[in-house]
Ligand binder design. Structure first.
Ligand SMILES: CC(C)(COP(=O)(O)OP(=O)(O)OC[C@H]1O[C@@H](n2cnc3c(N)ncnc32)[C@H](O)[C@@H]1O)[C@@H](O)C(=O)NCCC(=O)NCCS
Ligand SMILES: Nc1ncnc2c1ncn2[C@@H]1O[C@H](COP(=O)(O)OP(=O)(O)OP(=O)(O)O)[C@@H](O)[C@H]1O
Length: 232
């Protein structure tokens, strides 16, 4: 199985690229969706976060006020680290479970869309790693437009992550998203060959098909040895 890491900076265009992967038939595991699920009312993550941050972060219906919690954690690194520490086990488990389900289905190539792939040291499980890269000014502009936030709030969020240039230096594949959506489409097509090349042997043995072949080979070997020993 090939697990392709898709990462970048906030608002660099990961979700836009992951939509292109989906449109081309690739299964995508989205860490942001999992992170939202683990913060739903009455879940384990919700309980941990409410007991650490207090009921002030809740809306009237008991759900977490994400905007409020975002204001708190993106302006205070120690609070952000606390939130990360509390949610990390739930998010990791959620990602593992989604990957496992796709493995069971026999998927050979999957996309892991994780904004904090490097920060959370999940990059060791993915190969190749794709970084969606944009210039800082474009990133700030797109983030402010998308989230309708002030420059200060947007910059706080950008600063909460590893610098995008550093992420770019760690990438196997860089997708430049400074241009238009049409340009992005073109850049995406250029990298498709690289990610769909035949599985390596290691990737094959890690796939469900590889595991079945290994199991049948071992079983045949054991039965063969038993027969041989019985004849002696
Ligand atoms: C603080 C929260 C409630 C704010 O929610 P909000 O709806 O405003 O933002 P959303 O979840 O859609 O995230 C938007 C983007 O912010 C960035 N981001 C989210 N959490 C973090 C974080 N802890 N550190 C740095 N960047 C982050 C990511 O690029 C993400 O794509 C939320 O982001 C959260 O629960 N974060 C902690 C969980 C986490 O680490 N998520 C990232 C998945 S790897
Ligand atoms: N090439 C582009 N031209 C213009 N706008 C773009 C382009 N690519 C993405 N966008 C817009 O920029 C914003 C950020 O993109 P997107 O949501 O895909 O980023 P992201 O990396 O997934 O962000 P996050 O880390 O918050 O999940 C969106 O409003 C999206 O529509």
């Amino acid at each position: 199985m090939r697990i392709i890491g898709l990462t970048g900076g906030i608002a660099s265009g990961k979700s836009t690229v992951s939509s292109l992967f989906k449109a081309n038939g690739f299964p995508v595991v989205d860490a942001d969706v999992i992170a939202r699920d683990v913060l739903k009312k009455d879940s384990g993550g919700w309980r941990k976060v409410v007991s650490a941050f207090g009921e002030d972060i809740l809306l009237g219906n008991g759900e977490v006020d994400r905007a409020k919690l975002g204001q708190i954690v993106f302006s205070d690194p120690s609070k952000r680290q606390l939130l990360n520490r509390l949610l990390a086990p739930y998010i990791s488990y959620g990602i593992f479970w989604e990957v496992f389900k796709l493995w069971m289905k026999g998927c050979k190539i999957i996309i892991l869309d994780v904004p904090l792939l490097f920060e959370a040291k999940m990059d060791r499980w993915t190969n190749p790693i794709i970084v969606v890269w944009i210039e800082p000014e474009t990133q700030l502009k797109r983030l402010m437009v998308r989230d309708r936030t002030s420059a200060q709030d947007a910059q706080n969020r950008i600063n909460a992550q590893m610098p995008l240039d550093l992420k770019r230096s760690k990438a196997d594949i860089v997708i430049d998203n400074n241009g238009s959506l049409e340009d992005l489409n073109e850049n995406f097509k250029k990298i498709l060959d690289q990610v769909t090349k035949p599985l390596t042997w290691t990737e094959f043995w890690l796939s469900r098909q590889g595991a079945i072949v290994a199991f049948i080979s071992i079983l045949t070997g054991v039965l063969g040895c038993k027969k041989l020993l019985a004849r002696i």
